[in-house]
Each structure stands twice: as structure tokens, then as C-alpha cells.
Ligand binder design. Structure first.
Ligand code: KG4
Ligand code: ZN
Length: 385
């Protein structure tokens, strides 16, 4: 089975083509092709993702990336019967530029051997999600290929189970810490697919905190890698933090997080100390990274002690953070019955490979007429213990 997957939930336009085969031991796959265009340079001026700009870029880039990927795989054949119908024009009514690109690249052509189209339908930025969703609806109508709709956060869980050729089968129950630019949540699953959210941020996400703090320090977007680089240098130089920042919500009994106060504390400190030296800035970055990682770690440990999972998964863009990865390795080493699965390095931030893999695990197809983006798509909430 071959799946062509599309991801446009935030500021990465991503396309991937994967081939799957069932073997007795596991599901094996090959990544036949993968393309990713990051818009981060464009959004840098705004210090975060600007939704209407993200939509415009996705509309421009997505048809081109998809066409390139299919052409490079020699999958596109001439077929005069493939025509843009009124229904297709209607799907693209709010995206005339994308319709023009689809007409240009895909009229009178058909790909060979694609069995399903996968697309992220939420959560994410609504204008950005709709581009991927409508693009896939059009391709489905054009080529009569079924669609599998994927929850982006489930994609981040699956990204921690990637190896070169097969998906790891984790031991259940699993506890997942999902840390991205838009989300910070703890998710429990007693069995495959039965996800329950048991903790979440009450305000900013961990990645958002990195991004906002980076802006306060004059660092580029996305802030996480920039803050992490400075923090690493500060650790190597054994610098001392110029201030002790709060570790929000560590003393309460919940599994929830809060990062807005941390960002405010950094803002207040920067306002009081407008002329920080490079070393002071680096030491401050280190303290921010420590505060974020420590709160993620302690809440995960609390969930671990309450729910005794056999697997811990850490996924989402922030899971690329080295300091966090080391801290989680050290934590889980104390629990011999629990295995840690960290997001695959190359697929920790948004990508379409994790969307194809999640689609293959679920394989429930949806109707192109009714498929819609759902910016607030969420796992059901479980009771806090
Ligand atoms: O999962 P992702 O690519 O997109 C969303 O679904 O939001 O996560 C992006 C977030 C950004 O906030 C970025 O600053 C953060 O992940 N990030 C990092 C690192 N790499 C990316 N945060 C800390 N350290 C990193 N190395
Ligand atoms: Zn993401």
C-alpha cells in the first residue's frame, strides 16, 4: 500500500510518499520521497506564525511540492479524462490561486499506484489546515483516491515510534508528553488509539514560551533552537543564571502546565536590565530552558507515578531539545519497567512522514465532500487523579 501524505497545520508545508508492507513481525515501510518547505524565515519578522501569511504560502507551495515529488518518482501519467469539474472548482472557491496551480500541474495527469491520501485535519491554525484539507479533497475527486484524515497530535506520538524500516510497537499503557508550538499536553493510552488527555497547558505552550522568550532576547523565530544554542554555550562555560525564574504550577496537584508567567518574568527582567551582555543573555537562556524542561519533567514524573505506564513517549517540536532529551533519559532510567521513546530526530518537528504513518495505523477513510479542518481537534479529556 502506498500513501501520499500532506501536512499544513502550521508553518511547514510537507509532503511524503510511503510504501507499506505487512510482515509477520511488524508493519514495514519505506519513505519513497519526502519534501518539506519551512516558512519560518517569512514569519520571523512577526516573532511567531502569521496565519494568513501561512495560508498564502501553503497555497503557493503545496501544489508545486506535490507535483515535484510525484514527477521525481516518475508516477505521473498522461490521462486526458482527468478534468477539473464544477465540484472541484467549488472546493477551491476560497483559494483561486491554488485552483489555478492545480489546473496547471494536475489536469490531464494521473498518478500510478497511490492507494490513499492522508492529510492533517487538526489541530492547528484554521486557515493553514484548510489549505491541506481542500488540496487533498481536490486530489481525491480528481483521481478517485480515498482520504484518511489524521490528528496532528497523534502524528507526534507516532513520530516517536519511527525506525528506519518499521514502526516500534510500544508496550501499553503509554504516557505521551506532547510539546509543540501550539500544544503542551500529557496523554494516556491504555490500548492503541484510546487516547485520553490527562494534563495540558492552561495558557502558553512550551514551544510558544521558547518562541516568545527568544523574541525578548532578540533571537530569531523559531525560538526553541536559538534559545537552546545559547543555553548549551552557557552550560559549557559554567555560567550562573542572572535570575531565578519561576517553575510554574509545580506545587499544585494537577498534571497541568502554565508558561505565560515565565515569559512575563523574563520580560520584566529584560526591561529592568536593558543592557545585558552576551554572557548574561546566554545564562538567562539557560535558566529559561531549565525552567521549561524542569516543569515538563516533574509533571511527567507525577503522571508516571500515578498511572504506571510501560512506555513514555515524548513528541512535538520541543522534543528536539537536547537538554530535554537528556533529562528524560535520566528520569526514565529510574523506572526499569518503563521504556522511553523520544521523537525521531529528523521527524520531531512538523512533517508529513508521521502523518502517513498515522494514517496507515488508522486506515479509516473519510468522504471528500464532508471532510473539514478542525482547528481545535483534541483527544478526549480524562479525569485528573
Ligand atoms: O511540532 P512543531 O514543529 O509545530 C507545532 O505543531 O507547533 O513545534 C514547533 C515548536 C516551536 O515552538 C519551536 O520553537 C520548538 O518547537 N522547537 C524547539 C526546538 N526545536 C523546535 N524548542 C526547544 N528546543 C529545540 N531544539
Ligand atoms: Zn506539530
Amino acid at each position: 500500500m502506498r500513501i501520499l501524505a500532506i501536512e499544513t497545520s502550521c508553518d511547514e508545508t510537507a509532503v511524503a510518499l510511503l510504501a507499506f508492507t505487512e510482515k509477520s513481525d511488524a508493519t514495514h515501510y519505506r519513505i519513497l520521497a519526502e519534501k518539506l518547505y519551512s516558512q519560518s524565515d517569512l514569519h520571523s519578522a512577526y516573532g511567531g506564525v502569521y496565519p494568513s501569511l501561512a495560508k498564502r504560502e501553503h497555497q503557493k507551495i503545496l501544489p508545486i511540492l506535490t507535483k515535484e515529488l510525484l514527477a521525481e518518482q516518475s508516477l505521473l501519467q498522461k490521462d486526458p479524462s482527468v478534468q477539473i469539474t464544477n465540484t472541484i472548482e467549488h472546493v477551491c472557491v476560497r483559494g483561486p490561486a491554488m485552483l489555478a496551480a492545480i489546473k496547471h500541474h494536475f489536469s490531464e495527469t494521473r498518478p500510478t499506484t497511490i492507494d490513499a491520501l492522508a492529510v492533517t485535519h487538526g489541530p492547528g491554525l484554521a486557515p493553514a489546515l484548510w489549505v491541506g484539507v481542500n488540496f487533498v479533497r481536490v486530489l481525491s475527486l480528481l483521481w478517485d483516491i480515498p482520504i484518511i484524515a489524521v490528528n496532528h497530535m497523534e502524528g507526534h506520538i507516532v513520530s516517536a515510534l519511527i525506525t528506519d524500516t518499521a514502526l516500534i510497537t510500544p508496550r501499553y499503557p503509554i504516557l505521551a508528553l506532547l510539546v509543540s508550538g501550539g500544544h503542551t499536553e500529557l496523554v494516556l493510552a491504555q490500548q492503541p488509539g484510546s487516547y485520553q488527555k490527562i494534563g495540558q497547558t492552561l495558557d502558553d505552550a512550551a514551544g510558544e514560551a521558547f518562541d516568545k522568550i527568544a523574541r525578548l532576547l532578540g533571537l530569531p523565530y523559531p525560538g526553541g533552537p536559538a534559545v537552546a544554542r545559547l543555553a548549551k554555550w552557557a552550560r559549557e562555560q559554567h555560567l550562573t543564571a542572572p535570575v531565578t525564574l519561576p517553575r510554574p504550577m509545580l506545587r499544585d496537584n494537577t498534571l497541568d502546565f502554565s508558561y505565560a508567567g515565565l515569559k512575563t518574568a523574563v520580560r520584566v527582567f529584560c526591561e529592568k536590565h536593558p543592557n545585558l551582555t552576551d554572557s548574561e543573555k546566554a545564562a538567562l537562556a539557560m535558566e529559561c530552558e531549565d525552567a521549561i524542561v524542569e516543569t515538563l519533567l516533574k509533571k511527567t514524573q507525577r503522571a508516571l507515578e500515578q498511572h504506571h505506564p510501560h512506555s513514555i513517549i515524548v513528541g512535538g517540536g520541543v522534543s528536539a531539545n537536547n537538554h530535554l532529551r537528556e533529562a528524560f533519559r535520566a528520569l526514565v532510567a529510574q523506572y526499569p519497567n518503563t521504556t522511553l521513546h523520544l521523537a525521531h530526530r529528523a521527524h520531531a518537528t512538523d512533517n508529513a512522514v508521521m502523518i502517513a504513518l498515522t494514517a496507515y495505523s488508522n486506515r479509516t477513510t473519510v468522504d471528500s465532500e464532508t471532510l473539514a479542518a478542525d482547528a481545535n481537534l483534541s483527544f478526549p479529556c480524562g479525569a485528573h487523579e
